[in-house]
Design a protein around this ligand. Structure first.
Ligand code: ADP
Length: 359
């Protein structure tokens, strides 16, 4: 059936294939370390998302004036758009330490209880992938967020009792790629929820220019635009492509990176002008050349490409659909006119026909 839940998220499905892709929005290799050097530390350095920034600025200013830790914050949106960066910025702007953990890292409620009971007053607790917390930990977190209390179990079996432990006030910042998977009681504990959107090309250009300055890589006019177009609206991808272009510049002893260098360097990685990689192109080629533009079922399409259906569905389709290369209809996948054009073809007369009949 037609399913939208794959949009943006990559939990387990196709994770291996995803981790090999230059255009993956998830961190790959040692990127968690190299991401650090490109992270802005103050809200002013955070590029784009102007409305979110203005809201957050007001929220932080009010907390500072009232001299209390701000309410809990939920950051929702696809991977690579700046959720971790924003959490670090909030702690930095408030001048408080930040403790970092994640849903999958907390296996038992007790793990979370020991983190909570060691927090200092005002500290920020960042919980990445908060939708993946175990149920018992979630319940412990509700109470801690609302009443600033954890109930510590003492003893075992029928004689066990719980001792309430009062916590200092602190701020939870939760990040999630699947807001819909958060139970509503947990969602309701956040006083401020921010949704991060994909970045338009002009914002990505600024971000790339900022990162290039941090990496001491001179870009000629037009180079950041070439990179932005291929970055799929995602800062993490933009920074990754920029690092590969830096490799190119180092190896070729370039004093300045020209737009043609960007094109050549990224063509080497089979990333085309629209940010489509080898797998995306294989899917579009199969859809158009083998199935006349569709509609075709996911299984047939994936078999033609030689990939698992899950990989095609979670790794390729979200971007192809978002960018208007493909539609997912109840009758199957359909190539749009944009996809035909991108392959340099004219839609066949009998291709897909009246799209409204497919829904
Ligand atoms: P997420 O937590 O949403 O997966 P991150 O915060 O780890 O994403 O961001 C990935 C990379 O992109 C980091 O190197 C970060 O510095 C950079 N980045 C993300 N958003 C921005 C932004 N708005 N301005 C500047 N750099 C950004």
């Amino acid at each position: 059936m037609f399913d939208d839940t794959a949009q943006g998220g990559m939990d387990n499905l196709g994770a291996n294939e995803e981790s090999l892709r230059m255009v993956s929005a998830n961190a790959i290799g040692n990127e968690p370390v190299s991401d650090e050097e490109l992270r802005p530390h103050i809200l002013d350095g955070f590029i784009g998302q102007p409305r979110l920034k203005a809201q957050l600025q007001l929220f932080l200013d009010a907390a500072r004036k009232r001299e209390v830790p701000p309410d809990h914050i939920l950051l929702a949106g696809p991977p690579g758009l700046g959720k971790t960066t924003l959490a670090m910025i909030v702690a930095n702007e408030l001048g408080v330490p930040i403790r970092v953990t994640s849903g999958p890292a907390i296996q038992h409620a007790g793990d979370l209880a020991s983190i909570l009971s060691s927090l200092d007053a005002g500290e920020v607790l960042f919980i990445d992938e908060i939708h993946r917390l175990p149920r018992a930990a979630e319940e412990l977190l509700y109470i801690a967020m609302e009443d600033f209390r954890v109930d510590v179990m003492v003893g075992k079996g029928p004689g066990a009792s719980s001792i309430p432990l009062t916590l200092p006030r602190f701020t939870v910042i939760g990040a999630t790629t699947r807001e819909g998977m958060l139970p509503s009681p947990l969602r309701a504990r956040f006083g401020f929820t921010a949704h991060l959107d994909f970045y338009p090309d002009d914002e990505l250009e600024k971000l790339i220019e900022r990162s290039a300055a941090v990496l001491s890589l001179p870009l000629a006019p037009g180079s950041s635009a070439q990179l932005a177009r291929r970055s799929r609206g995602t800062p993490r991808i933009a920074n990754r492509l920029l690092r590969r272009v830096r490799d190119w510049a180092v190896v070729h002893d370039l004093e300045q990176v020209e737009p043609d260098d960007v094109k050549e360097a990224l063509a080497l990685y089979q990333i085309d002008t629209e940010g489509l990689d080898r797998l995306d192109m294989a899917v579009l080629n199969a859809l158009i050349r083998n199935f006349n533009g569709g509609p075709v079922g996911l299984n047939n399409l994936s078999a033609m490409v030689g990939e698992e259906a899950e990989t095609v569905e979670t790794v390729c389709e979200p971007y192809l659909v978002r960018e208007g290369f493909m539609m997912r209809t109840p009758k199957g996948r359909v190539a749009t006119a944009r996809a035909w054009e991108h392959l340099g073809l004219v839609p066949a007369d009998d291709a897909a026909g009246d799209v409204s009949k497919l829904f």
